[in-house]
Ligand binder design. Structure first.
Ligand SMILES: [Zn+2]
Ligand SMILES: [Zn+2]
Length: 336
């Protein structure tokens, strides 16, 4: 029993600690200091330019205002970020325990059973650093694919968009905006994370037979940095670009600025969490120009309904009841 419990416990604790952008332990001082250090470098290199204001336009600022602009951090949207973050953290243990910890082990067992039934027992490979890296990479790509598919569905299906809208109702971006989400959204992404961790663990568990007991298989330290940095910096107002060739492989933080823009040509783009691979495959990749204008939020037509904490919490329920009413009145119209 221990041989399967060991790596899975390690998997879950690693996942909780570092992988999921929806688990808030990556909002740590080292990551925030790294973010501030890189932002200062951009300020120096660009002579005070390169950071956006609350209006989504790049401007030149003195260093303190560059790092912590008052129009962003005193904005009503930034205050709502804090309330939604606290609320979401209170509810998080419920779904992390039931979904992530519940689904990942059973998915792992299902995949191992299926591979055993289809291909017989695994080749019993021995782990070394290359395999550990491959395991991390496969987990990352699977996680990113599941994240992409869920996020794509949230943007395209009105019932789900009603939930995801809360993330997009942010009018300014701060590192806390990453956790600005409706309390119904956490469980959806937890299922995606659990499935991707479970599938990767099952596949590598089968390949390595006994040596799956080595928890060190799951060495994620390099990706921990990537996930943590990507998450906090992509919701920071500093426009941090990667070279164009790198943006085709990894999402640069500024690519998420366009994801949050309400301009129509930015809609439904850059939907993955870390890599650009899935957006490229599905035709949703958008690499912005330097200093591209990205006004954040839902846009003038609907922003007024998503300003306060309670407006955001009640948003999906209001949308769903409007959808039901519309459906009822259109079918009543049909029967007249
Ligand atoms: Zn989105
Ligand atoms: Zn976002």
């Amino acid at each position: 029993m221990d041989s399967t419990a060991g790596p899975l416990n390690q998997l879950i604790s690693d996942a909780l600690a570092v992988i999921s952008p929806h688990v808030p332990r990556d909002l740590t001082w080292p990551i925030l200091l790294l973010t501030a250090g890189l932002a200062t470098t951009i300020w120096l290199l660009r002579n005070g330019g390169g950071a956006k204001g609350a209006d989504g336009r790049v401007r030149k600022m003195p260093l303190r205002q560059f790092l912590l602009p008052s129009d962003i951090y005193t904005h009503a949207s930034a205050r709502v970020d804090v309330s939604l973050y606290v609320f979401e953290r209170c509810l998080r243990p419920l779904w992390v325990t039931t979904l992530l910890v519940g689904i990942a082990p059973s998915t792992e067992a299902l995949i191992m059973d299926a591979l055993n039934a289809l291909l017989g027992s695994g080749p019993g490979l021995h782990s070394h650093y290359g395999w550990m890296l491959l395991y991390s990479l496969v987990t990352l790509l699977l996680y990113d694919l599941l994240f992409f598919l869920i996020h794509y569905a949230e943007h395209k299906i009105p019932v789900l968009w009603a939930i995801h809208k809360v993330h997009h109702s942010a009018e300014v971006l701060t590192p806390l905006t990453r956790y600005r989400e409706h309390f119904l959204e956490g469980p959806i992404y937890a299922i995606g994370a659990a499935l991707s961790f479970g599938i990767a663990a099952g596949l590598f568990g089968w390949l390595f037979s006994d040596s799956i007991a080595q928890a060190t298989l799951f060495n994620i330290s390099f990706f921990a940095l990537l996930f943590g940095f990507n998450g906090s910096f992509r919701h920071y107002h500093v426009a941090f670009h990667y070279p164009r060739w790198l943006s085709k492989w990894l999402h640069s933080p500024v690519m998420h600025h366009t994801h949050h823009s309400y301009l129509e040509h930015h809609w439904d783009t850059n939907l993955a969490a870390v890599t650009s691979i899935w957006d490229r495959a599905f035709g949703t990749l958008y690499i912005p120009e330097k200093d591209e204008y990205t006004p954040w939020g839902l846009g003038p037509a609907s922003q007024g309904k998503y300003r306060s904490f309670w407006q955001n919490v009640s948003g999906p329920f209001r949308d769903w009841s409007a959808m039901i009413k519309r459906k009822a009145s259109s079918s009543a119209g049909l029967h007249e």
